[in-house]
Design a binder for this molecule. Structure first.
Ligand code: SF4
Length: 349
């Protein structure tokens, strides 16, 4: 079965490092947006989906509309339904509305539990707010709770990262995504890069932070299953696994990507256009490498790895042994290998 991704392009405030498509939130735009999403979903009435992912943006701002959107999706009985949420927008009303709508997985943008790092990132929540949001979510009856943390934050150290992970893992989280802060040109950080460059961790420190995260999360029982994703057993993100296993999904909303009927395409980054058209238009067709290259590129992101053929076996001698595991005819990368995965894929593909 395919999954559905719904991009909610609203946030309360733009974070200085963020390059996702999002605009200031307003209730009237949210209502129009919900109607446009429902209209677009009507094209898929005949199809059943087993994952739904509301990403953004800050989808939890639309909590009053999620039930209506979900009611227009033909979902399988055990569908995984995720909503991304910012800690400051999770109160009892929001959580109860999401639960009643059928949402069964919440993903929080925590980023750090150190106040100085949160303020360096321009986040609007504090560490206590994030911790309370997770506790409140568990109390509201959600057992599948994910948290995003960031690596390579300005002035971050190995011990501040360990502090964040230890505190986070003392909370009822079942899944953690750990992404490296990347400075994108079109963001406030990108424009102020000269000012912030000397506060950014060096490449060596970034690598150490990554290995520290893998180690600390594993110690807390969150097993790495993808380059940047860790989960307790059985709590891996079923929706995101579709991306990495090259399974198909429908993307709805401005900037959303789809892989549908063998074609990959994206919708343009314009809310106005999305609201003004009966159905969204596919603006960019994406070329993907041939199936063998795709298999290697996507499969080596996952700890489950890929089946090895003779060609790959021949090329493995070009890769240092500490970067990969080879067992039962399957090749997977070690955490050190994940750090240089682009170079390894270039050799193997
Ligand atoms: S809340 Fe998330 S999506 Fe919104 S601006 Fe910040 S990082 Fe971007």
């Amino acid at each position: 079965m395919r999954g559905i991704y719904i991009h909610v392009p609203f946030c309360v405030k733009k974070c200085p490092y963020c390059d996702f498509y999002s605009l200031p939130f307003s209730q009237s735009k949210a209502e129009d947006y919900k109607n446009a999403v429902v209209r677009n979903l009507s094209r898929y009435n005949g199809e059943q989906f087993d994952t739904v992912y509301f990403g953004g943006g800050t989808p939890s701002l639309m909590y009053g509309h999620i039930a209506q959107i979900l009611n227009s999706i033909n979902r399988s009985e055990n569908a995984e339904i995720t909503v991304e949420c910012n800690p400051e927008s999770a109160d009892e009303d929001v959580l109860n509305a999401l639960k009643a709508a059928g949402v069964n997985r919440l993903s929080f943008g925590v980023q750090s539990l150190c106040e100085n790092e949160l303020s360096a990132l321009g986040r609007t929540h504090g560490a206590n707010e994030a911790k309370n949001a997770i506790l409140l979510t568990s109390k509201a009856g959600f057992e599948n709770i994910s948290a995003d943390i960031m690596l390579g934050i300005l002035n971050q150290t190995k011990s501040s990262l360990e502090e964040t992970i230890n505190e986070l893992c003392g909370l009822p989280v079942t899944h953690v995504s750990a992404y490296l802060l990347k400075i994108e040109e079109n963001t406030v950080f990108g424009k102020r890069y000269v000012e912030i460059a000397d506060k950014m961790p060096s490449e060596d420190l970034q690598a150490e932070l990554y290995l520290t995260a893998v180690d600390a999360l594993e110690k807390h029982g969150l097993k790495q299953y993808e380059i940047s994703n860790f989960a307790k057993s059985g709590y891996e993100s079923r929706h995101n696994l579709k991306y990495w296993r090259a399974e198909e999904y429908v993307g709805i909303g401005p900037s959303a990507h789809s892989y549908y009927n063998g074609r990959r395409f994206a919708v343009g980054r314009s809310l106005e256009k999305f609201l003004g058209s009966e159905f969204q238009t596919e603006e960019t067709t994406e070329e993907f490498p041939d199936s063998e290259e795709e298999r290697i590129m996507l499969g080596l992101r996952l700890s489950e790895g890929i089946d090895v053929n003779e060609r790959i076996k021949g090329r493995l001698k070009l890769i240092p042994r500490e970067y990969y595991n080879l067992s039962d005819g399957r090749l997977s990368l070690t955490p050190r290998g994940f750090l240089v995965s682009n170079e390894i894929i270039a050799i193997l593909a």
